[in-house]
Design a protein around this ligand. Structure first.
Ligand SMILES: Nc1nc2c(c(CN[C@H]3C=C[C@H](O)[C@@H]3O)cn2[C@@H]2O[C@H](COP(=O)(O)O)[C@@H](O)[C@H]2O)c(=O)[nH]1
Length: 305
């Protein structure tokens, strides 16, 4: 994902609201004796049958894997376990033709959610988009999409972002296009994690994936002293003030997180000879963040994360 790495570095070299602190990175890396191995699905909430239906599930999951915070009771767990249960009850629920006809009330029923979902109309529009393009280009099956990428995670991310516009997570920053591709990359990582690097999860270039710039990981990096915020940004986050999607602050939070974790990964390699994948660092940071209820994160309404 060279364009993600390069454009995140471009932002980090010009950022003013968020600073990547080299001393903070050194310290964080020194304190890491062992990167705890976090099992993918440590929560036990995902569907898995070792076959194509799991791929369909993960693609639908990552099409909807964004913006849970506006409703304080909703979390990623509801999405993953709700979709899992729906699939266990009805194996054809995520068939491409049915995805194209999904309605808001149906999605609420699947997620057992009693009220309007955050960005519900967008969630439905994205399900329709996924169903339509899967049917048009891949015989309705996300597994065919994955197979068409010849075990390359980079090709998978490129294919998903070019054919499914909802996954095209990018911004303009100081006049430059910046690519962050959170949901497209996490789809590749979820396949890798669920299938344990085999079958649909085998990628010869899994090391090319960066972390997934969401709203949890920047907050964890700030706690670790790896990111420093300007006082204005710090107070906006503390007071839960909405930060607009595409604003300099928002792009810096996300891009600097990607850049900082790439630096941590480089330093780990130099200091201890350890080859760590960015996705392993991501899962460790994210799992830490979601277990920390006092963690304050930035609030942006976005379909990208
Ligand atoms: N960077 C990063 N962000 C991730 C995930 C995951 C889940 N990955 C699964 C893969 C294997 C594991 O077993 C996990 O279950 C969700 N998110 C993001 O978090 C936010 C939701 O937070 P809260 O509101 O507290 O539920 C939201 O932006 C969501 O998109 C991740 O892995 N990395």
């Amino acid at each position: 994902m060279e364009e993600v790495r390069a454009t995140a570095a471009w932002v980090a070299s010009r950022s003013s609201h968020v600073i990547v602190d080299s001393a903070g990175i050194e310290k964080a890396v020194e304190n890491i004796r062992e990167i705890p191995r976090i099992e993918w699905d440590f929560e036990g909430i995902h569907y898995f049958d070792n076959g194509p239906l799991t791929v369909q599930y993960l693609f639908v999951l990552d099409a909807l894997n964004f913006c849970f915070w506006p409703d304080k009771d909703l979390s990623y767990d509801h999405l993953a376990s709700g979709l899992k249960e729906a699939l266990e009850n009805d194996k054809s629920v995520f068939d491409a033709d049915r995805l194209q006809k999904f309605t808001g009330p149906q999605l609420r029923k699947v997620l057992k959610w009693p009220r309007q979902l955050p960005l519900e109309d967008e969630r439905i529009r994205l399900l329709h988009e996924v169903g339509f393009e899967l049917e048009r280009s891949f015989g309705g099956k996300a597994s065919n999409l994955v197979e068409s990428c010849g075990k390359s995670a980079a090709k998978l991310v490129a294919t998903v972002t070019s054919l499914f516009p909802g996954f095209r997570d990018h911004s303009l920053y100081k006049g430059h296009q910046v690519f962050l591709y959170k949901r497209a990359q996490i789809f590749a990582a979820d396949l890798y994690g669920a299938f344990k690097g085999r079958g649909y999860g085998e990628f010869k270039d899994i090391g090319s994936i960066t972390i997934f710039a969401d709203y949890i990981v920047p907050a964890v990096l700030q706690q670790l002293g790896v990111l420093k915020y300007s006082s204005t940004l710090g107070s906006m986050i503390k007071s839960d003030t909405e930060i607009l999607s595409g604003s300099e602050e928002e792009v810096e939070l996300r891009a600097c997180s990607i850049f900082a974790v790439e630096k941590m990964r480089d330093l780990l390699r130099v200091k201890s000879g350890k080859q760590v994948l960015s996705i392993e660092l991501d899962l460790w940071l994210w799992a830490f963040g979601v277990r920390c209820p006092s963690l304050q994160h930035h609030r942006t309404l976005s379909i990208y994360y």
